[in-house]
Design a protein around this ligand. Structure first.
Ligand code: P6P
Length: 336
């Protein structure tokens, strides 16, 4: 999509999308624009993290027993306050908050549900490694004005939009409302996200492997056999794969989305149900990767078909290039 000025801002793109996709509705415009504002504010805090007293721990722990970094808290509160008054949402839930986040009674409520991880990979903040915000949007299914837990526990295929913000060497806003996956790069000189990656498609194959190989002795047999296979020397099948693991899901996912490859967080002896969160990490990225032509499973089924039992459900995650996910499943199903 181009314009006479050659500049396509996120805000303008959202409006244009409504026009070229009759099925698209303007309902998202305000919600996504509010998310973009939150992204700019969080990016400012992340970029200054080393300069203001937001490094280190608050001393609190989140419900997953992880030490909460001050920037986690800032990002969480920023998103909540940027999104709670636009009149688009009936409920929110965050990886950094306990339970549901209601819309205050004095604000107009809407028909959408926002689930988000305000700052994923936050253990990397102090060492200046890329981190990210991940978000997922559903339509309300319950009756009445106020959203409920039922609205938050929908299977991922019911998402109407999902996206992430990557705070890296540049800040990027990547999202989909179902009509392609589009990436925008922040230009601080004008304070706008500009279209830089239109209609992103993940290569069908890719020899980049993202997994924490330090856990090899915790893995199930199929995972050990898969790892052994992809690290053997065979130029004809692009082996050995390159191991690229940042420890920040959004950063690993984004690189694999562009170059092709696969990210795995398999079940292991310490995390038999997997470590990553279904609602806040797996579902939104699975929505994006499928819209970009890739695949995402938990080793048994599509991530997007899983019906969450609770807000904090964890899941194994195998996500990336379609053929790479299929190869992993050949090992899971004992075909290799
Ligand atoms: P491990 C960060 O805590 C996170 O949720 C993801 O961003 C990242 O991919 C993963 O956990 C890293 O986990 O166990 O390899 O340190």
């Amino acid at each position: 999509m181009s314009t006479t000025s050659g500049i396509m801002t996120l805000s303008r793109f959202i409006v244009e999308q409504e026009r070229i996709h009759p099925e698209a509705t303007g309902e998202f415009s305000g919600l996504l624009s509010d998310m973009a504002i939150a992204a700019k504010i969080v990016a400012r805090s992340v970029n200054k993290a080393g300069l203001i007293d937001v490094l280190g721990f608050t001393g609190d722990e989140n419900i997953f027993g992880e030490k909460v970094k001050k920037l986690d808290v800032i990002a969480n509160e920023t998103i909540i306050h940027a999104l709670d008054h636009g009149g688009h949402l009936c409920i929110m839930a965050s990886e950094e908050s306990n339970g549901l986040i209601p819309i205050p009674p004095y604000h107009k409520k809407g028909k959408y549900v926002l689930l988000f991880d305000p700052l994923d990979g936050s253990s990397n903040i102090d060492v200046n490694v890329s981190i990210g915000t991940i978000f997922s949007i559903f339509r309300r299914v319950s009756e009445g004005e106020d959203g409920t837990l039922e609205d938050c526990l929908q299977p991922g295929y019911k998402q109407v939009a999902a996206g992430y913000i990557l705070y890296g060497s540049s800040t990027m806003f990547v999202y989909s409302t179902g009509n392609g996956v589009h990436g925008f790069t922040f230009d601080p000189s004008i304070g706008e996200f500009l279209l830089s990656h239109e209609n992103m498609k993940i290569p069908e194959r890719g020899n980049i492997l993202s997994v924490n190989a330090g856990y090899i002795n915790r893995w199930e047999d199929w995972m050990k056999r898969y790892f052994e296979y992809v690290t053997q020397e065979d130029p004809e099948t692009n082996r050995p794969y390159s191991l690229r693991y940042i420890g920040s899901l959004v950063a690993d996912f984004h690189r694999n989305l562009l170059y092709g490859g696969i990210f795995l967080y398999p079940p292991d002896r310490k995390n038999p149900k997997g470590k990553l969160r279904l609602l806040y990490e797996a579902n939104p990225l699975a929505f994006l990767v499928e819209k970009a032509g890739g695949a995402a499973t938990d080793g048994r089924q599509r991530i997007l078909e899983k019906v969450p039992a609770d807000l904090n459900e964890r899941t194994p995650l195998i996500i990336g290039s379609k053929r790479e996910v299929e190869l992993v499943h050949e090992f899971i199903e004992g075909k290799r």
